[in-house]
Design a protein around this ligand. Structure first.
Ligand code: ADP
Length: 317
């Protein structure tokens, strides 16, 4: 039988911390805030807040065994007292732990203590495209190609694992230190069980909800293509295509496919968005077809982007 695992002693943690301190800047990790995963005998120190979501608070976590920094989603057990709330988290963990791709936030581990549930993920230190757009208002077409290409690659992989994300929005497009895009938050995702299966409902409200989801006509992978159109529009224009002051009016616009493309947008970008925002899911392009669109093939795609792009436009168009 395995020996029971206990939390390491305080002195041990401090010694470890001194050791780590020589290698990375750990000033923002609190030696008094220790998180212990007894299932793997791993000790983490809690660092800065990375963000807040519906259920979770996300913090930097320093793994004292490896000195690697992760993002830890910490969910208080007081907030998930109802069985369906816990089920939702377990489904998110189940789906995400099955995925491994350079454009999907990598799952590291899951554990609990008396107070919280912890989901340990790859750290995306440069926040999300929401934060970027707040600073920048809108992005250049080359930048949008850079992010969108990675987004399409990530979604292609997710779909190849028979999963629909169902909540592709700017806040779920995270960036790591190197400005690489990582798809996050599988809280509304679902697995397609057999070819042609249509899902009738979503538990929760996707941000860029597709008309067939809204009207409960039955939906599948194409709902993610619709959201890609909304993401592209939002990045180029600075606001989502169907935005109004009330949710009701927004839903009317989605149903009527009522949105306008600014004249200043290039013809290839307009065509790309129009194809994604087809009211009829079967008529939307596949992800491979999207990559063959003029928007991608006829325009410059940067190999990498400087972190300065988080706050100022790059020199290229
Ligand atoms: P919830 O499921 O409760 O809505 P989210 O998954 O949206 O929680 O996470 C909340 C916030 O935490 C996000 O908006 C983001 O800013 C931040 N965050 C989430 N995952 C990561 C990560 N892997 N790296 C860095 N920040 C993250």
């Amino acid at each position: 039988r395995e020996a029971p695992r206990t939390m390491p002693a305080d002195a041990h943690i401090r010694r470890k911390l001194e050791d780590v301190n020589n290698k990375i800047n750990i000033n923002h990790f609190d030696p008094n805030y220790i998180i212990y995963d007894s299932t793997t005998d791993t000790t983490y120190l809690r660092g800065r807040v990375l963000g807040k979501g519906g259920f979770a608070r996300c913090y930097e976590l320093l793994d004292l065994n490896t000195n690697k920094v992760y993002a830890g989603k910490i969910i208080s057990k007081t907030r998930i007292s109802k069985p369906h709330q816990r089920q939702k988290i377990m489904r998110e963990v189940e789906l995400q732990s099955d995925l491994k791709h350079k454009n999907v936030v990598e799952f590291h581990s899951y554990f609990e203590d008396n107070d919280n549930v912890y989901i340990v993920l790859e750290n995306c230190s440069r926040k999300s495209l929401v934060h970027m757009l707040k600073q920048r208002k809108s992005l250049t077409e080359s930048e949008v190609r850079y992010y969108l290409k990675q987004l399409v690659e990530g979604v292609k992989y997710i779909h190849s694992r028979n999963i629909i994300h169902r909540d592709l929005k700017l806040g779920n497009m995270l960036l790591n230190e190197k400005m690489e895009l990582k798809i996050a938050d599988f809280g509304l995702a679902t697995r397609i069980g057999y070819e042609g299966e249509k899902k009738m409902t979503v538990c929760g409200t996707p941000n860029y909800i597709a008309p067939e989801v809204l009207q409960k006509r039955g939906h599948s992978y194409e709902a993610d293509v619709w959201a890609l159109g909304c993401v592209t529009y939002a990045l180029l224009v600075g606001r989502p295509p169907f935005e109004t002051s009330t949710l009701k009016e927004t839903y009317v616009r989605i149903t009527n496919n009522n949105y306008t493309l600014p004249q200043t947008m290039s013809a290839s970008a307009q065509k790309f968005i129009q194809k994604c925002l087809n009211n009829e899911p079967d008529l939307r392009p596949t992800l491979d077809q999207l990559l063959q669109e003029d928007f991608f093939t006829a325009g410059f795609i940067p190999k990498s982007l400087s972190p300065s792009c988080c706050s100022t436009a790059p020199k290229f168009p």
